[in-house]
Design a protein around this ligand. Structure first.
Ligand code: ARG
Length: 381
């Protein structure tokens, strides 16, 4: 047998959010839609041409700007020696259907993080919980097929596709929500009274923060308890911590609670953790949890469902290097003080397409192994 070191073309492996990044998927803005209404989502942006009930592609000029920033970001990563792959967009304006429902549009493929969850040598296609995003996995199939051929150790998984019938959603949820008083809304936040029922497991991959043996899962508007239970049974060698925050209809952990490097996490200034013992747990394991800096924006940008807290939505290239949206001056200063080399990336125009630098990427390969960063567990957390 030859002793020559034949390294495979592709290695799928990533255990956390910070080990040195070697291979990543960066999304594309092509054809992204303001989604047609569906039980989980109703866009209502009359001042920008999309009043309630309407849908259609985001304006061409916006798409071109977003794609330019995504391409520049991909080039920047490649210049640092990181392999970058891109998804294959579909015609997202088409009507899609299953035996259970018909949906007038899809969404897009800008945020691969929402769909692909990499844990070690495994990539899971998340269930997703919106009908417009049910078929989004197809955009990543050319890449996943390729990785499957090139890496003999790659474990390719797909979580059970949910039916997403009307039983998956609480009936008339949004109308009821609008009628609630501020006190009732507050009560709903504490009760995790979000739109999903517990009929079937649902989760988006972006609701999971990875720290080796410990996985933190946001019980959010797009991830239900059954989804977290599915993850717990699937990753039986991991510790799954279900967490939630002070935010109505929050989703995706990466603009709310961000794991930066061993011993350091970034917490949203406004969306406080509500899970009992969560902060004690970090403290007990000598993790520092710092509050994020003030974001650059005061409000949601036009046609975007992403908040100003995308300021926290960063991509760590290795434990000393972090990519940050270039408009986030105060956040960059904070990272600088925390000892990071900050790489500013122009990214403000990508927000309407579904997120920031973390959303726009999905890990394929980071060096490193599965470590235990939380040796001291807390009963009930
Ligand atoms: N819900 C987040 C916010 O607006 C946006 C998170 C986007 N993250 C993502 N992976 N697409 O604060």
């Amino acid at each position: 047998m030859s002793t020559e070191n034949k390294s495979p073309k592709t290695v799928v492996n990533s255990w956390n959010e910070w080990d040195p990044l070697k291979h990543v998927i960066v999304g594309r803005a092509d054809g992204t839609m303001v989604q047609a209404p569906e039980p989980s989502t109703e866009r209502d942006w009359p001042e920008h041409g999309f009043p309630l009930g309407t849908y259609g592609p985001l304006p061409r000029e916006m798409e071109a700007k977003a794609n330019e920033q995504l391409d520049n970001f991909a080039n920047l990563l490649e210049a640092r020696g990181i392999r970058v792959d891109r998804p294959a967009p579909l015609d997202f304006s088409q009507t899609v259907q299953t035996p259970d429902w018909e949906q007038k549009s899809m969404f897009g493929c800008m945020p691969p993080r929402d769909l692909l969850l990499t844990v070690g040598n495994e990539i899971i296609e998340a269930t997703m919980s919106q009908r417009s995003r049910w078929f989004e996995y197809l955009c990543y199939r050319p890449l996943l097929e390729q990785y499957f051929k090139e890496d003999p150790f790659f474990r390719w998984e797909a979580a059970p596709k949910p039916r997403l019938t009307d039983e998956t959603y609480k009936a008339d949820y949004w109308r009821q929500w609008e009628k609630k008083s501020p006190e009732e809304k507050e009560k709903a936040i504490y009760a995790h009274d979000w739109i999903l029922t517990e009929k079937e497991p649902c989760f988006d991959a972006a609701d999971i923060g990875r720290a080796g043996k410990d996985l933190f899962v946001y019980h959010s508007s797009v991830t239900n308890r059954a989804g977290i239970d599915w993850l717990r049974r699937h990753f039986s060698n991991h510790r799954i911590h279900s967490i939630w925050f002070y935010e109505a209809h929050g989703f995706h952990i990466d603009a709310t609670f961000v794991l930066l490097r061993p011993g350091l996490a970034l917490s949203n200034r406004k969306r406080k953790p509500l899970t009992p013992h969560m902060l004690d747990f970090f403290k007990k394991n000598d993790w520092e949890v710092v509050e994020c800096a003030k974001p650059a924006l005061d409000d949601y940008p036009p046609l975007s469902f992403c908040s100003p807290w995308l300021s926290m939505n960063t991509l760590v290239l290795d434990p000393k290097t972090i990519c940050v949206d270039a408009q986030e001056i105060e956040q960059m200063e904070q990272f600088d003080k925390l000892g990071f080399e900050v790489v500013p990336v122009e990214f403000a125009d990508v927000s309407p397409f579904g997120g920031g630098l973390h959303c726009a990427t999905a890990d394929v390969y980071r060096e490193g192994t599965c470590e235990d960063y939380f040796p001291h567990q807390i009963e009930g957390f």
